[in-house]
Design a protein around this ligand. Structure first.
Ligand SMILES: [Zn+2]
Length: 381
């Protein structure tokens, strides 16, 4: 066993109740890691001895971000669609078919290279835990391939065969649901921890989503759902009724949806990069938090509706556009993401944490929202 002491931490965000409520901030702090797992945190003056020391020179240190929603296994890009959208074409999810065609035509090597490039980009911005979905293959072989590639790089893989109905099933959506709940699920379940459905007008309705989530649950997968992104709908209430771990987007909610979220404990994952990139109204994070709903922030990094991999940007948008406090936004991007993945070993810096430390090129975590667009991550330990 080898131990490393990280010293010279001007401000340490632990999210450890032992260091006070909220962010559990310790100033003039140190962290001791044993075999890369947090063993001790607290004021530097009281730190136990360690084999080696790393001095971060007064910088702030936060837990690695937990990005609980991304779509990184794909080929091609949709920059032209983005430009058209900014010129006034509304987003309706129809461009997903473009990415499906490009992804089916790509080699394993091309898909893996793109995935590695995006994961590297995320890590350089402080993300140390990433959920990755399939959903651009939409055949048994292509979905299983996407998940097998992702599974080598993260344990948090999600089977999203129910992303859209692919063109070859346009006249037989029920046949596609049978495929997703049958042979496709069977091929994908060994490579996945989660199952997800895009429950939205133009994609899958509540009955189809329920059937797919129940089949996934029977195959041992945890459930999550894309819902209420493009308009009001039954998805959020379905997620709460089924006791899913998380329901993502939550842009168009009524009072009953908010009540269901507050009483079910299902995490509402907000993806403000999507609203930014589709020029849409943001979810009401303030109202959700005030109602007692547990919220997470995630990137939704994907080639269509939101091609950012930056959790610091999501934190800044949460604060500026969704009226979260800086503390709430950072909590949602770390501990909130961990809750959305049912992980208790990441998203904080408590003894036992395996989520890594992010050293900021700043004296305080407040700079994440205060200095938007600036590369503030100096090191990921
Ligand atoms: Zn998504």
């Amino acid at each position: 066993m080898s131990s490393v002491m990280v010293t010279g931490v001007g401000e340490l965000v632990t999210l450890d109740p032992a260091h006070g409520h909220g962010l559990g901030v310790v100033t003039d702090a140190a962290v001791v890691l044993e075999d890369s797992v947090v063993a001790w945190t607290g004021p530097a003056a009281g730190a136990p001895a360690a084999d080696e020391a790393v001095d971060v020179g007064g910088r702030a240190v936060i837990p690695g971000f937990v990005d609980s929603h991304s779509h990184l296994v794909f080929a091609g890009d949709r920059a032209a669609e983005f430009a058209a959208r900014m010129a006034g074409t509304p987003y309706d999810g129809g461009g997903i078919a473009t990415t499906v065609a490009a992804t089916r035509g790509a080699s394993d090597e091309q898909l893996e290279a793109n995935l590695l490039r995006l994961l590297g980009e995320m890590r350089r911005q402080g993300t140390t835990t990433v959920e990755v979905k399939s959903g651009y293959g939409l055949t048994v072989a292509d979905e299983a391939r996407a998940l097998a590639l992702a599974r080598r790089l993260t344990p948090e893989t999600t089977f999203l065969g129910a992303h859209v109905v692919p063109p070859e099933y346009a006249d037989d959506p029920a046949g596609y649901v049978d495929l997703v709940t049958g042979p496709m699920l069977e091929a994908c379940a060994p490579h996945a921890r989660w199952i997800d459905v895009f429950c939205e007008r133009g994609a899958f309705d509540a009955d189809q989503a329920r059937a797919i989530l129940e089949a996934g649950s029977a195959a041992g997968l945890g459930g999550r759902l894309h819902a209420n992104q493009l308009g009001p709908g039954p998805g959020v209430r379905l997620a709460c009724e089924l006791g899913l771990t998380a329901v993502d987007h939550c842009t168009y909610l009524d009072d009953a949806d908010v009540e269901a979220l507050a009483s079910s404990g299902t995490v509402a994952t907000l993806l403000p990069g999507v609203e930014f990139s589709t020029r849409s109204p943001y979810p009401d994070a303030r109202g959700l938090i005030d109602a007692g709903v547990r919220v997470a922030l995630a990137s939704d990094c994907n080639p269509g509706s939101c091609f950012t991999s930056s959790m610091p940007l999501c934190v800044a948008l949460g604060v500026r556009e969704m009226r979260m406090t800086p503390d709430e936004a950072l909590t949602a991007a770390t501990l909130g993401g961990a809750a959305a993945l049912r992980r208790d070993d990441v998203g904080h810096l408590r003894p036992g944490s395996r989520g890594g430390l992010v050293v900021l090129e700043a004296p305080s975590y407040l700079h994440l929202a205060y200095r938007p667009g600036v590369p503030l991550v100096s090191q990921v330990l």
